[in-house]
Design a protein around this ligand. Structure first.
Ligand code: PMP
Length: 461
């Protein structure tokens, strides 16, 4: 497709590309790993080395795998017909995808198109603020977020972020965002909750949200924004007891529940959406990565009809609607790709495969835990799993970041790409992350596990 030498491309990248999440000073002495091709679950770099990608494009995105010609065809056909139109006008894939999506989300009703997870979350925050202005003169405007959760990269999303190292240097922040405690059972003791576990821990962590609401004043709190399974904060799956109590608290204080499905959405946990594992009834849901598996940039903010209705109660009020636009929300490539992405998930039975392969992956990880003292905790839902590495199972002290990175590097050398939580606070970069494409086979699950097993032996003995 490009007739340049690969070495020229690597050199151009090194000279001019400012990479995401990279400390470029440390990177100067090595060549970037330029990925040139993908097929199924595998990718190839510029040297021709093949990797089994167990993180779906580094950040849990390529749910249906690489090289899907039917998505490329759908996007191409749509682009030559109509690539773009914004504003009040509709378009064919936008209408069809919205309908298909809502079919899978009982209780939800309206789809607002955006182009990134951060943007979708930011729009949800704007809706909460506008509802507060309409219903309580702006009073019920506070938005609660959870320690360790991440909701995006803009200054406002960082204000709603429970990963302080990501926001530390970007203040001042947007006011009105308030943190609630995390829900990681393995770290109950660090929260002062002793050895509480299971549903008891889940309820305690949810009660802690109510304590914050009461402290802030329930009439000032408009929404609670949570990831169904916390992703970058350590692959955290809340135990039983948590979600029913969270839902109850939201209803009790008339607080909108906004679920951030940017990572879990479209099959990652074996259900269409992560929240559907827990019987949650959200008011707003945001999603991005898996919506089109990275074949086009698209994110959605989905609301109930009740939320939608709050923005159309008075047609004569010039301020009475959601006064917002997203330029690239008018790109048709996104919904065209998303529609085909969803068809693939359905027709290839990828939710079923995710449940079966996720169970196999958890089994393999438990076996690894039994063999390696350094594995303190194994967590997961569907094809989204984490292994927390500790120097001592009693104290649960985290391994050094370099050691966790060494495991990732050794797996890559073996031809398997895995991830590690990207937190630069000491003691928080110790969870290995796995999220292979939903097409992964039993043999590939075993290959991923074997690579981790070997890497742990190499790094920790
Ligand atoms: N929410 C969650 C849970 C995420 O993990 C991310 C990105 N990793 C975002 C929001 C932000 O999405 P984007 O990078 O598309 O803006």
């Amino acid at each position: 497709m490009y007739d340049n030498d690969l070495s020229d491309i690597v050199a151009a990248d090194k000279r001019h590309v400012w990479h995401h999440l990279v400390q470029h000073k440390a990177f100067e002495s090595s060549d970037p790993r330029v990925i040139v091709e993908g097929k199924g679950i595998h990718v190839w770099d510029a040297t021709g080395k093949r990797y089994l990608d167990a993180v779906s494009g580094a950040v849990w995105t390529v749910n249906v795998g690489y090289g899907r010609e039917s998505i490329a065809d759908a996007v191409r056909d749509q682009l030559v017909k109509l690539n773009y139109f914004a504003g009040a006008a509709g378009n064919i894939p936008g209408a069809l995808f919205a309908e298909k999506l809502i079919e899978k989300m009982p209780g939800m009703s309206r789809v607002y198109y955006n182009n990134s997870g951060s943007e979708a979350n930011e729009k949800a925050f704007k809706m909460v603020r506008q509802i507060a202005h309409k219903k309580s003169g702006g009073k019920k405007h506070k938005i609660l977020f959870r320690d360790r959760d991440y909701h995006g990269t803009t200054i406002t999303c960082l204000s709603a972020g429970g990963q302080p190292e990501r926001s530390a240097q970007y203040g001042p922040y947007t006011p009105g965002f308030v943190e609630v405690p995390h829900c990681l059972e393995y770290r109950a003791a660090d929260q002062g909750w002793g050895d509480l576990s299971g549903a008891e821990y889940g309820r305690r962590a949810a009660d802690a949200i109510e304590e914050v609401i009461l402290r802030e004043g329930p009439d000032t709190v408009g929404a609670l924004c949570l990831e169904p399974v916390t992703a970058g904060g350590g692959v955290i799956t809340p135990p039983e007891g948590y979600w029913p109590r969270v839902q109850e608290i939201c209803k009790k204080y008339d607080i909108l529940l906004h679920i951030d499905e940017v990572v879990c959405g479209l099959g990652r946990t074996g259900t269409w959406f992560g929240y559907q594992n827990y019987g949650i009834e959200p008011d707003m849901v945001t999603m991005a990565k898996g919506v089109a598996s990275g074949y086009a940039a698209i994110a959605c903010l989905v609301t109930t009809e009740e939320v939608f209705d709050m923005f159309k109660d008075d047609a004569s009020d010039p301020m009475g609607y959601f006064r917002d636009i997203s330029t690239f929300g008018g790109c048709t490539a996104g919904p065209a790709a998303a529609l085909e992405n969803m068809r693939i998930i359905e027709e290839e039975g990828l939710l079923e495969n995710t449940l079966a392969m996720g169970a196999r992956l958890m089994e393999r990880l438990e076996e690894i835990k039994a063999r390696h003292e350094v594995v303190g905790d194994v967590r997961g839902k569907g094809l989204f799993c984490g292994l927390e590495l500790v120097t001592d199972r009693e104290t649960r002290a985290a391994v050094a970041e370099n050691d966790a990175q060494a495991v990732v590097a050794d797996c890559a050398a073996q031809g398997v790409m895995i991830g590690v939580t990207n937190r630069s606070l000491p003691g928080l970069n110790n969870t290995l992350c796995l999220s292979p494409a939903l097409i992964v086979t039993a043999g590939q699950i075993d290959e991923i596990a074997a690579a981790i097993d070997a890497a742990l032996t190499k790094v920790f003995g």
